[in-house]
Design a protein around this ligand. Structure first.
Ligand SMILES: [Zn+2]
Length: 763
């Protein structure tokens, strides 16, 4: 009997806000569209190469490509000539009939279809360089000249299709075997300051050139369990997919050039002056400040000459997915050591005088901070060095070396925008060593896997840089990060849906690549860390992903699965909302209603009981709840406590509780129903701040799962001692809510034109 009364009470309370849908007509069926269903349809089936946990499987493999290269840089004609021998190891279980080699420079060939990949007619505005090259010249004569492809000195059959070359081997390459072949090539180096070349030269005001050279050699494509041969053409936006290997590279440049690149220079004593070598040795022991290896005065003096002799720099790199180098007679260089438990790493900056005073001040500091912060969140930086090179308008990454913009005015002054832009791009590009140079995702297919993860890590690093170098950020309280904070992505996410693509898209096919592959995934990860998972669970899972896939080739699923596997947080709904869809976040408070307890049988209560087959309410004990707008509401109920309004409750307590238990019973004075609405498609936790009449505030978070049975509206019953005077959703703007007009109750008054005018007059 007691049990029955209690159960009924609970039932009535819970049912306050839920109306039963009357099934009067037969309805059509539907498929499972619940936003919390698992991503079985979107994700590939786990297998022995890639497990359901997101880790590499017991049969995981990757093929390898080792390179021995001899390169000549002709400064007079801006030309590269090269000869390489590739040893390709087939670790796959499959026999390979042919190999695919990437010829990325062909994107700059005169007949390149990439030049015509976009429609759009005549643009309203364009950069002078792009305008001249589009309309006023024949176009640059770029692209590889492949002079020979040989095997044991004999020609190998090969077929070039745009940026891909198929090499037909004399015999099938069996699983477990390797194949060694050689290619001889040359190409004209483009001016990298036009047409978004990631590699090329720029001409300084004294006529000298600075070279940043990449994609300069025919590179092996990736063959794996996911794509077979990844020979999706290079159209310009989707970057690179490359296998790991060891490199031995000899590069011959004018004798007065300073050169550096991927890997360790094995003949430092031959290529550095005695003084430079001594300074380098000092730099390897300098952990607090950079040591200048070649000063600005020395660089300017050397640049005034023009050596006709050459010098060969020898570099060796182990377990890298690519190789790049820089060379100029106008370079300044500084370096500093960074301590890791196992060994030290050199942080290096190379820049022309055009970069100073900014570069001498901040570049190496930014490199050091990047290595420290990224290593903390992923793994200790495994390479011997990280170089930041200054090149006009560039931001591009390669193993151990990257190109970065950020140039002061000619008189050496610079704006905050230039300074922060430079520090941020250095952090970003050096950070790419982790994603995708070491955690080697397929950039050709998934731009966000490296750009998004890297931009997220960049945000964390910028914040730590701001803490460690307060003098660099001046009056700012924190480093002014351009991307990462939730509020920064709102404009994009509330934009025109015709020009937004899901993050899970190929970078060639998306609108607004910067927001799509950098800003949005970085923000999504930041929100995941701060608001959904919490730092401890997120950081452990993120590190697990990085360490599982270090020196391997992960896919998006490997990332998504690992984040769940290592945290026990089901995130399928989060991946669906943020990564697979273009939905946005918009949660609001729709209504707040006060309720009162009464013993008087109400009309609504009577109807409810009838549903349970109780036609005569007088036969049972029940507590009725009315809201202010109900016809059964009696104003006398207002201002009184629940027990004062209900004898039934009072008796129930007397009958069923001891005096000690009764003393512990709460008697809230207020009962509310708060209705939350969700016009946005992404389910997110509801973060609510309740403000009470006594001025105190309370922040409550309801899990995203609250939306699993109703995707547009949910309500909560709140029993409280204190009167609620204000309700605010997402008070700290942590969810990227695109419309905050519905985020508070009572509704924030919108000022009309006249009120605004009055405010202005007052102000
Ligand atoms: Zn990037």
């Amino acid at each position: 009997m007691i049990r029955f009364k209690y159960a009924l009470c609970a039932m009535l309370f819970l049912c306050v806000s839920v109306g039963y849908a009357q099934e009067e007509e037969r309805q059509g069926g539907h498929e499972n569209e619940n936003k919390f269903r698992q991503l079985y349809n979107e994700m590939s089936t786990p297998n022995s190469y890639r497990t359901a946990s997101g880790a590499p499987g017991h049969e995981y493999y990757q093929n390898e490509a080792d390179y021995k290269m001899s390169i000549q840089l002709d400064d007079a004609s801006q030309r590269i000539t090269g000869y390489e021998t590739i040893t390709y190891r087939n670790n796959s279980p499959d026999d390979l009939e042919y190999l695919w080699v990437q010829l990325d420079q062909n994107i700059r060939a005169q007949d390149s279809p990439a030049k015509d990949k976009n429609g759009g007619g005549v643009g309203a505005v364009s950069q002078p360089g792009s305008f001249v090259s589009s309309y006023m010249t024949e176009g640059f004569d770029g692209g590889f000249n492949v002079n020979s492809v040989t095997y044991n000195g004999k020609p190998l059959k090969h077929t070039i299709n745009f940026t891909m070359m198929r090499v037909d081997m004399p015999e099938v390459l069996k699983s477990g075997d390797s194949f060694e072949f050689s290619i001889q090539w040359d190409y004209n180096i483009p001016d990298h300051t036009v047409n978004r070349a990631r590699s090329g030269y720029e001409t300084y005001k004294d006529g000298n050139k600075g070279y940043i050279i990449a994609q300069f050699f025919p590179r092996m494509a990736v063959y794996n369990d996911v794509e077979g041969w990844q020979n999706y053409q290079f159209w310009g936006n989707g970057e690179f997919a490359l296998p790991f290997g060891d490199y031995e590279v000899d590069i011959t440049v004018p004798a007065d050039h300073l050169l550096d690149g991927t890997g360790e220079i094995t003949n430092l004593k031959e290529v550095y002056s005695k003084e430079e070598y001594k300074r380098w040795e000092n730099a390897t022991k300098s952990f607090n400040a950079p040591v200048i290896i070649r000063t600005q005065a020395e660089a300017e003096q050397i640049a005034a000459g023009n050596s006709t002799k050459t010098k060969t720099w020898k570099l060796k790199a182990k377990n890298v997915r690519d190789f790049a180098f820089t060379s100029s007679r106008r370079y300044i260089m500084d370096a500093q050591a960074v301590r890791f438990p196992e060994r030290n790493v050199m942080a290096i900056s190379i820049y022309p005088p055009e970069g100073n005073p900014l570069w001498e001040e901040y570049s190496t500091k930014a490199v050091v901070q990047t290595l420290e912060t990224y290593s903390k969140f992923t793994f200790d930086y495994p390479y011997p060095k990280a170089i930041s090179v200054h090149a006009q308008g560039q931001g591009m990454e390669y193993p151990m070396i990257c190109w970065n913009y950020g140039r002061p005015n000619e008189d050496g002054t610079y704006s905050d925008r230039t300074k922060y832009g430079m520090i941020s791009v250095i952090i970003h590009e050096v950070g790419h060593n982790y994603f995708p140079m070491i955690v080697n995702s397929d950039e050709r297919q998934w731009g966000w896997m490296d750009e998004g993860l890297d931009t997220f890590m960049q945000y964390l690093t910028e914040q730590e840089f701001g803490e460690n170098f307060p003098e660099a950020i001046g009056d700012n309280k924190a480093y002014p990060s351009r991307r990462g904070a939730p509020s920064r992505i709102v404009n994009y996410m509330k934009g025109n849906q015709d020009f937004i693509s899901p993050i899970m898209s190929n970078p060639e096919n998306v609108y607004q690549l910067g927001n799509n592959a950098y800003g949005k995934p970085a923000t999504a990860l930041n929100i995941l860390r701060e608001t959904v998972m919490g730092r401890e669970l997120f950081d452990h899972a993120f590190k697990t992903y990085a360490q599982r896939w270090m020196f391997k080739h992960p896919t998006p699923e490997d990332f998504f699965r690992t984040m769940e596997d290592a945290s026990a947080v089901d995130l399928d709904w989060y991946w669906r909302g943020w990564f697979y869809s273009t939905e946005s976040v918009d949660i609001g408070v729709k209504e707040v209603k006060s309720y009162y307890v009464t013993d008087k049988v109400t009309k609504a209560g009577k109807e409810r009981l009838a549903r349970f087959g109780i036609t005569d309410p007088s036969t049972i004990d029940a507590v009725y709840v009315v809201d202010e707008d109900s016809e059964d509401f009696d104003p006398a109920l207002k201002g009184k406590s629940m027990l004062e309004n209900s004898e039934t409750l009072k008796e129930y307590l007397m009958d069923n509780f001891t005096p000690e238990e009764r003393a512990a019973i709460k008697e809230p004075k207020h009962l509310y129903k708060i209705v939350f609405e969700k016009p946005g498609g992404i389910p997110m936790p509801i973060i609510v701040e309740y403000e009470y009449a006594d001025g105190t505030k309370e922040k409550v978070t309801y899990p995203a799962q609250i939306w699993r049975k109703n995707d547009s509206e949910v309500s909560k019953a709140i029993a409280s001692d204190k009167e609620i005077v204000k309700v605010t959703i997402d008070p700290d703007l942590e969810t990227a809510d695109i419309d905050t007009a519905n985020n508070s109750w009572p509704k924030a008054k919108k000022l009309g034109k006249f009120e605004k005018f009055k405010e202005n007059v007052k102000g």
